[in-house]
Design a protein around this ligand. Structure first.
Ligand code: ADP
Ligand code: ZN
Ligand code: ZN
Length: 731
């Protein structure tokens, strides 16, 4: 009898599929279902990609499938196609892509089903028992009484403090029986929106523009550019209402988990429909339940971070991606996908409208607007009472500066504080100082595992490496010459706090950074206290940059931005502009007019001038023009190959070998290998090789053709490597 074979994607770092033999008389497993198969010494769970294949190897050597786990595909066809497309686009192993998209419990082999709970029911015999029969068994009597009115769930029985032994006794006597019931939620109905706001003209135009395409299921992409506080969320809410009314689902992607509780609250206040929030705080079991509810249409609104882009939906009508410029939509390790780009693909495949919202859109999205691929909607006015903030620059040249604070800034702060307002000082560096330095010989507190200095944390009394986490106590003497003249260099939030406390005494200070919010709940507490106005002075890192409302803040100051002006990363200017406006958006959210102050040694720099005088749009137009001239994304395609190894030589040799494979290829420029900006991290040397092409197709084809060769290079035995398509981060 002839055997049947299937092709399987496995979660292994190899860009290929594997053939397995079906046991005799076994039914052909479905494409998109899971199988358990032997792989080397292990058993792995893989996904069936193709049925009835003719194996490439000798059929006699092909191992059999151990177990077929699913009778149905895990994903609807649309998501399956998206995942297969993503694996090709990112040149990432399909098995790893599929594993990434599956809920953890499914990946581990559990059945994708709703939680089962145990119910107890009285049997006929049980019904016939009278209390008198059980005069000396009061616990049994209580259990029977509890079930007299109908079946009860195990948790209810437990809550009555009835011991498990009693339950077992009655089960043994066959007076009660058990059954498993599935906790599948009910279907939902839309019952209207609670208290929608009266839209202003720009908001109304935006909502109206979306209406008909959403009704038709056109895969339209809207870029909704709205300054902070312009009421983008209200636009989302009102665009959603008719979608929900048609019984369709809405998926909302947000950058950060910190923002999710707030977001979820706004949506649940407006609509009485089931909302599933997929965030990293969930248990695996909760995550699976949420995934099922989305897949089966039981959840009306699905809110999640990056990975929620892969959540299947029975009937999706609208997707909203808020803060679309945010870097966290790009996964930075393993399967390096960009959720925003996949959202656009998914909208086209599945046929639904997609809203990309931001106060500071990515240059990629603005280029897509210019190319007429996206529709452009703008909200230029703050909604409600708040006014646009005023912008000012403080020239640091020749000023007295203490801990990064100019006298001019301290004077301005004092004015706002005396008026009873709050001020927010922004510095994206936590700790006390970026390094400890010997005044006599120039020795610095380097991390022994990274090519970086260890940060001085005065409050915790230690040196910490922000790249690998290494810690040590603060030395009393120089590691080079033994001198005790150690001084700190570079300013962190702790030092700013110390100096402000001394220069502006009497005002309460709240510092919000990763160090001050390490314990669970501390961040939420701090943000609340900040919003309530409990502390006149707020000092924060990027944690406070986005999404939070601080109604009493009238002054926002950015201390140190000059690094971004002369960075080697071509995206640094865009990031600074986005950060600047996000931070600026914290000022004057309520009735009071806000002021945003930027301290710099380069007030004449064109980027600073554009931002402060003309705003984000003019900056973006100029930046896009520059990218076009320099042939940089979005006007070119890039791929970054990274290597790392404990030996410097091994890391470099691997990329040299890859580069020599690519010698002479057409239409793709190979740059490097060169050491990564952070040349060593956690004891590993890091190199990179940049592939640059004016068109995406040749880059894609060359990778397609050469990746299998790279995988077989002998140099890969001594160094790890990875591929990043459309890299966002070059560190
Ligand atoms: P964004 O998401 O653009 O930052 P929000 O949606 O958070 O802005 O809105 C900012 C504030 O303005 C919120 O307090 C919101 O309730 C209010 N708001 C939004 N739209 C309107 C409107 N049409 N009328 C009155 N207030 C509004
Ligand atoms: Zn380190
Ligand atoms: Zn020294």
């Amino acid at each position: 009898m002839s055997h049947q074979f299937i092709r399987v994607a496995l979660p292994v770092p190899l860009r290929r599929l594997f053939d397995y033999r079906l046991p005799e008389r076994a039914a052909m497993p479905v494409v998109g279902g899971r199988v358990r198969v032997p792989f080397g010494q292990r058993q792995l769970i893989g996904f069936v990609v193709e049925q009835n294949v003719t194996p490439e190897l000798d059929p006699e050597t092909i191992k059999p499938v151990t177990e077929v786990l699913d009778q149905e595909p895990l994903w609807p066809l649309s998501i399956w196609q998206l995942l297969v497309w993503a694996a090709r686009y990112y040149h990432h192993p399909l098995g790893d892509v599929l594993s990434h998209a599956a809920p953890a419990l499914v990946r581990q082999g559990q059945l994708p089903r709703y939680e089962q709970t145990t119910w107890y029911t009285l049997t006929k015999e049980g019904e016939a028992v009278t209390p008198a029969d059980l005069a000396r068994a009061p616990q049994q009597q209580r259990l029977l009484a509890a079930l007299a009115n109908g079946p009860a769930e195990a948790s209810v029985v437990r809550a009555l403090d009835i011991p498990a032994s009693t339950v077992k006794t009655l089960l043994d006597k066959q007076w009660i029986s058990t059954e498993q019931r599935s906790n599948e939620p009910q279907n939902w109905v839309f019952t209207g929106a609670n208290d929608p706001l009266q839209l202003n003209t720009e908001q109304a135009v935006a909502v109206a523009a979306m209406k008909a395409p959403l009704e038709r299921g056109d895969p339209t992409v809207w870029l909704l550019e709205g300054v902070t506080g312009s009421g983008k969320t209200e636009v989302y809410l009102q665009a959603m209402a008719p979608v929900l009314e048609r019984g369709q689902q809405v998926v909302i992607l947000v950058p950060e988990i910190g923002l999710t509780p707030q977001t979820v609250a706004r949506f649940s206040k407006r609509f009485n429909v089931p909302i599933v929030s997929l965030h990293s705080g969930l248990t695996d079991s909760e995550r699976l339940q949420g995934w099922l509810q989305a897949r089966d249409g039981k959840a009306a609104i699905i809110i999640g971070t990056r990975s929620a882009i892969f959540t299947p939906c029975q009937n999706i009508g609208l997707m909203i991606l808020d803060e679309e410029h945010d870097n966290s939509f790009k996964q930075q390790d393993g399967f390096r996908y960009n959720a925003r780009d996949l959202a656009v693909k998914r909208a086209h495949q599945e046929g639904f409208g997609l809203v990309l919202g931001s106060a500071t859109p990515s240059l990629e999205s603005l280029a897509n607007v210019a190319a007429k691929r996206y529709q452009y909607l703008r909200l230029t006015q703050r909604a409600g009472p708040a006014q646009q903030a005023q912008h000012a620059v403080i020239d640091l040249k020749q000023q007295r500066i203490e801990s990064g604070l100019s006298d001019q800034l301290l004077t301005t702060m004092a004015k706002h504080l005396q008026a009873g307002n709050q001020v927010l000082i922004f510095l994206n560096r936590r700790g006390y100082a970026s390094a400890l330095l010997c005044h006599e010989c120039g020795w610095v507190s380097e991390c022994h595992r990274c090519q970086a200095n260890m940060t001085l944390h005065q409050f915790d009394h230690l040196l910490q490496c922000h790249h690998c986490g290494a810690q040590k106590s603060i030395p009393r003497q120089c590691g080079g010459c033994g001198s005790t003249q150690l001084v700190s260099q570079g300013i962190g939030t702790e030092q700013v706090q110390e100096t402000i406390a001394r220069r502006l005494p009497g005002y309460g200070i709240l510092r919000i950074d990763r160090d001050s919010t390490r314990r669970k709940g501390q961040l939420a507490e701090a943000l609340n206290a900040a919003a309530e106005g409990d502390y006149p002075i707020l000092i924060g890192t990027q944690m406070v940059a986005k999404g939070h409302h601080f109604p009493n803040v009238t002054l926002v100051a950015l201390l140190d931005v000059d690094g971004a002006l002369y960075s080697s990363d071509f995206r640094a200017a865009e990031r600074l502009a986005q950060l600047y406006l996000q931070v600026a958006g914290r000022a004057g959210r309520a009735e009071k007019k806000g002021t945003v102050v930027l301290q710099t040694h380069h007030p004449e720099h064109p980027l600073i001038q554009e931002l402060v005088n003309n705003g984000y749009n003019d900056f973006a137009r100029a930046a896009l023009e520059e990218r076009k001239l320099a042939l940089l994304p979005p006007y070119a395609a890039m791929a970054l190959i990274r290597s790392e190894a404990t030996s410097k030589d091994a890391a470099e040799q691997l990329l040299k070998a890859i580069a020599s494979c690519l010698q002479g290829v057409d239409n793709v420029t190979v740059i490097g290998p060169m050491p990564a900006p952070l040349g060593r991290r956690a004891g590993r040397y890091r190199y990179q090789l940049l592939l640059h092409a004016e068109q995406r197709a040749p880059l894609h084809n060359i990778l397609m053709h050469y990746l299998p060769t790279f995988e077989k290079l002998p140099e890969t035995r001594k160094a790890r490597w990875s591929l990043d398509i459309d890299p966002q981060d070059f560190a």
